[in-house]
Ligand binder design. Structure first.
Ligand SMILES: Nc1nc2c(ncn2[C@@H]2O[C@H](COP(=O)(O)OP(=O)(O)OP(=O)(O)O)[C@@H](O)[C@H]2O)c(=O)[nH]1
Ligand SMILES: [Mg+2]
Length: 459
């Protein structure tokens, strides 16, 4: 269950567990004066670091810490917020948290649910939904480029584009709906108001946003890439080559890798989550068979399959079987999954001609690896050198696609000889609703709970 909108004050340890120089406890509530006075002895000056001595029930010092009070509405949540910067010990912070709960009991102070601080910020209009999501994405960003993309979203770059589109749609709807009451003018209306041109411009902008949101999603989620092929073709060697370290065991024995081995790297700032798998073949070995089952499972949950071949005598299966295996892998992939065909060991392949569409590499010498890296990014539609990508999620893309579909329908109604302005207006309204869901202007409560419950506590 997601967080519900509560009125009572909340508290949480806002920093990661473990030992650190500083650990922060955050409290938020509509009126924190009583709790603050109980903790700090007197109300600290707003937005000023004040050294306080935090004591337990019997008057013994738990910690000397800095208290900073952000009175409503100029705070992260829009409520009164009190932050205590303590020493960063896990047990120490637990004691401080327990003391806060003790002193705040009369006020109904309780531990925050995951994402509840951000939810309050959203409900109080401090940030919109896309920005709240950007906070979570900023914290979990897996590369420097993803951090920058999330920061741009948090600044509101993505939301501004969406809001501009929603405003355009509002203008168009006002025109259309004000004409609905005058049916005799309908025929001329679309021409006079340049409605079709305006619709086309909006459609174009939604398509552009779809493209850039897809870039943002790749940056956020990365590419789940699985190395697949017959035993001994060099899958583990390629993993090691891409990761730049000896992660997986490599031997001339076919069937070396038994379990899936995972490692994340980045190419051009894009996170690539690589899974090395057990070579695919018929086997009587029970352990290897289990490993091969897992290889097929990995194929089913990938964004990209790198199918590997190798032209060397150690490769235990012949080319005919290799082709059959390739087809079997291609048909086991999810429909959204991309595939690359790689031929390994070109260092010993001699003058063997390389078939078209195949990327020739040597996992041993590193030949062809830069080309493979480029192909990995291209395969999922990543365009290099995008400095202005804003982080985005599957949810945003789904909303954009739904808006696109509604606009297409609207276009159909506009072109229809028996054009119906009412249906045209209705599709515009639907498109606007879908766009509004991105920034949370219009969002069902259950969906809101679901989104914020994925945040961590203290955020
Ligand atoms: N000459 C040459 N040998 C390679 C290359 N890549 C891998 N090998 C050798 O091929 C053998 C098998 O390599 P692995 O990386 O273990 O192959 P694998 O596909 O992971 O094999 P399984 O785990 O058994 O499925 C090892 O002896 C490697 O040293 C290459 O590019 N050139
Ligand atoms: Mg292996």
């Amino acid at each position: 269950m997601g967080p519900v909108a509560r009125k009572t004050p909340i508290v949480a340890i806002a920093t990661a567990t473990g030992s650190a120089g500083v650990g922060v406890i955050r409290i938020s509530g509509e009126n924190l004066s009583k709790i603050t006075e109980a903790l700090c002895k007197k109300l600290p000056k707003p937005r000023t670091a004040t050294l306080i001595n935090l004591v337990n029930q019997t008057g013994q010092t738990i910690d000397s810490c800095l208290a900073i009070l952000f009175p409503a509405p100029a705070s992260f949540t829009g409520e009164d917020v009190l932050e205590l910067q303590c020493h960063g010990g896990a047990q120490l912070l637990e004691l401080v948290l327990a003391r806060c709960l003790e002193l705040g009991r009369a006020e109904g102070l309780s531990i925050a649910q995951p994402g509840e601080f951000s939810l309050r910020a959203f409900l109080n209009g401090k940030i919109d939904l896309a920005q709240a999501e950007a906070i979570a994405d900023l914290i979990s960003a897996q590369s420097g480029a993803a951090v920058m993309g999330a920061a741009r979203s948090l600044q509101g770059q993505f939301s501004q584009d969406i809001n501009a589109l929603v405003d355009e749609l509002t203008q168009l709807r006002i025109l259309v709906e004000s004409t609905l009451d005058f049916p005799e003018e309908e025929i001329e209306f679309l021409e006079n108001a340049h409605a079709k041109e305006r619709l086309a411009a909006i459609q174009h902008q939604v398509k552009q946003l779809e493209l850039s949101a897809n870039q943002g999603r790749i940056l956020r989620d990365g590419i789940r890439t699985t190395l697949v092929g017959a035993p001994n073709v060099g899958k583990s060697s390629l993993l090691n080559q891409l990761a730049g370290e000896e992660l997986a065991i490599v031997t001339p024995v076919a069937g070396t890798t038994r379990d899936r081995i995972r490692e994340s790297i980045t190419i051009d700032g894009v996170p690539i989550h690589i899974t090395d798998t057990a070579g695919l073949r018929e086997t009587l070995d029970e352990v290897e068979a289990k490993g091969i089952e897992r290889s097929w499972d990995a194929i089913a949950t990938s964004d990209l399959i790198i199918f590997m071949d190798a032209l060397d005598t150690n490769n235990p299966i012949n080319q005919v079987n290799e082709g059959m295996l390739h087809n079997k892998v291609l048909s086991a992939m999810p429909t959204t999954c991309q595939a690359l065909h790689v031929l390994n060991k070109v260092d010993i392949a001699g003058s063997t001609p390389i078939p078209g569409g195949v990327i020739a590499i040597s996992a041993k010498t590193g030949d062809g690896i830069p080309e493979l890296k480029r192909a990995i990014l291209q395969s999922v539609g990543w365009q290099q050198g995008q400095e202005d990508v804003v982080i985005s999620r599957r949810r945003h893309i789904d909303c954009l696609l739904k808006a696109s579909a509604a606009l297409e329908k609207a276009e159909g109604f506009a072109q229809d000889g028996n054009r119906s302005l009412e249906l045209f207006a209705e599709e515009l309204r639907l498109a606007q609703d879908h766009l509004g869901q991105i920034t949370g202007r219009l969002l069902p409560d259950d969906l809101l709970g679901k989104i914020f419950s994925q945040f961590c506590i203290g955020k």
